[in-house]
Design a protein around this ligand. Structure first.
Ligand code: NDP
Ligand code: 2IT
Length: 463
């Protein structure tokens, strides 16, 4: 699939990307988007002959953009009407130079190989940025847990694990949650793994705390996003989040806990979204109500305005195509925490026009390529996903440590390690950007720092 580039100096990286695009299917669009951003960012590294020659000899770029393996399997299960349902399951084991394959499972009807390759590729560099011993992977299924009974979700999860268990293990590959996969799903998956292998081991992270889940793992990604933002604002000499209006998209694991930490910091998050619409509550989002609607009742956000009539519900269909209502609400800091490409050029224009100071990516690759360029050019502090949302996987790695040593850390201990990790990632990214002549560009800083860590390990490996 990947032909050898003659050279990897500036122009040839671009030509290589174009060639890859032509040779592969449209399904891989988001994978190319993720790969292109990274390859364009590392151009400053290749300006040094030493790095360039090391890459020529070791074929690092070509090895990095090719997954070690893609596992694809059939998942059959009975729904509540006793009808047979068929889904497709995947695990993309991308790179294990730094440690066991590590990354979440996504259950969503849009899941395909291209989406999981993009997520697995991002995960390699994200995990490298944490400085912890974890490689990169991603997996999931086109199964949609929304609207399914608990029993159907259980049956799907056990059927999925009957195949996946052959390919994972605490020293091989350790999956976790992502969109559509939370504590409930991880609990079902874990118990099936235990049955299939007769082994109680830390093969998944994000487990319920009864059977080895780390305290603060559910909170980790969202909290980490806010810790990262606080440090970035401090390094960039901007005002703190206290008393500031913030906009957040999503209403799942990452969004809810970002909102929680923003409130603890004295900020005023005024929005949340799901796939059907946006809530705008100018007095600040009612978090207990939101948790009840999304985590307990699992219903649409439209329900929010039934108890808060002064809040606004804006259905997706009521906002002009190409943009999203949530990014049209004036804010100091914005937090896209739902899904990929949810912040477009139209949205970037609105954020810039409304004087937004920082955008922190809680979701993976939530900003389109055009939006990224517009925001950086306008001077917005843009915290890229692979750095800003690394708190989730960092605490997953802490969970692996606790499981391996049969120990349990307190909530406060995990949270203080999370805070230290996010501060460290932010400082590394900022310093790397400065060192390579792109000061203040956290996107390039994160890509260069992550690439350097993983490529150094790959150069030390045998082929
Ligand atoms: P959840 O399933 O808990 O929540 C996802 C939220 O995003 C829901 O509100 C959902 O709305 C909304 N959403 C999902 N897909 C779409 C879509 N196509 N259009 C509009 N809204 C959508 O997932 P998480 O909170 O765990 O994940 C959110 C993002 O954060 C993802 O990009 C994920 O990869 C990333 N992430 C997650 C980590 C984790 O630890 N969980 C760690 C690092 C990154 P609805 O319910 O209506 O579908
Ligand atoms: O995108 C991500 O970093 C996750 N979904 C969490 C991965 C993990 O292994 O905790």
């Amino acid at each position: 699939m990947i032909k050898r580039a003659k050279s990897l100096k500036d122009i040839d990286i671009k030509a290589e990307i174009a060639k890859l695009k032509n040779e592969n299917c449209a399904e891989d669009d988001v994978f190319f988007q993720a790969m292109e951003e990274v390859l364009l960012s590392i151009i400053p590294l290749f300006k040094s002959d030493k790095v360039f020659q090391a890459n020529e000899k070791n074929a690092i770029v070509r090895r990095l953009i090719t997954p070690d393996r893609v596992i694809k399997f059939k998942v059959t299960w009975f729904d509540d009407n006793q009808e047979i349902q068929v889904n497709t399951g995947y695990r993309v084991q991308f790179n294990n130079a730094l440690g066991p394959y590590k990354g979440g499972l996504r259950f969503h009807p849009s899941v395909n190989e291209g989406i999981l390759k993009f997520l697995g590729f991002e995960q390699i560099l994200k995990n490298a940025l944490t400085g912890l011993p974890i490689g990169g992977a991603k997996g999931g299924s086109d199964f949609d847990p929304r609207g399914k009974s608990d029993f159907e979700v259980m049956k799907f999860c056990t059927a999925f694990m009957k195949e996946l268990y052959k390919h994972i293990g605490p020293r091989i590959d350790v999956p976790a949650g992502d969109i559509g996969v939370g504590g409930r799903e991880i609990g079902y998956l874990f118990s099936e793994y235990k049955k299939m292998t007769s082994s109680f081991e830390g093969v998944l992270t994000g487990k319920p705390s009864f059977f080895g889940g780390s305290l603060a793992r559910p909170e980790a990604t969202g909290y980490g996003v806010v810790y990262f933002t606080r440090k970035m604002l401090e390094l960039e000499g901007k005002e703190t989040l206290e008393g500031k209006i913030c906009t957040v998209s999503g209403a799942g694991n990452v969004a809810l806990h970002a909102i929680e930490k923003l409130q603890q910091f004295g900020a005023i998050p005024v929005t949340c979204t799901d796939s059907k619409g946006t809530i705008y509550d100018a007095r600040g989002v009612d978090l207990p109500l939101l948790k009840e609607l999304k985590l307990v009742q699992r219903v649409s956000l439209e329900e929010y305005v039934k108890t808060h009539t002064e809040a606004q519900y804006i259905p997706v269909s009521k906002y002009p195509k190409g943009g999203h209502a949530v990014w049209d609400i004036p804010c100091y800091a914005a937090f896209p925490c739902a899904t990929q490409n949810e912040l477009t050029d139209v949205d970037a224009k609105n954020l810039i026009k409304n004087g937004c100071v920082s955008v922190t990516e809680g979701a993976n690759m939530p900003s389109t390529k055009e939006a990224v360029h517009m925001m950086i050019d306008s001077g917005i502090c843009l915290a890229p996903a692979k750095a800003a949302n690394a708190g989730g996987v960092a605490v997953s790695s802490f969970e692996m440590s606790q499981n391996a040593s049969m120990s349990k850390w307190t909530f406060d201990e995990v949270e203080s390690r999370l805070e230290a990790t996010m501060n460290e990632i932010c400082e590394t990214v900022s310093a790397t950007a400065k060192e390579h002549g792109v000061e203040g560009n956290y996107v390039d800083g994160a890509n260069i720092a992550g690439f350097k860590r993983v490529s150094e390990a790959m150069m030390a490996e045998a082929i």
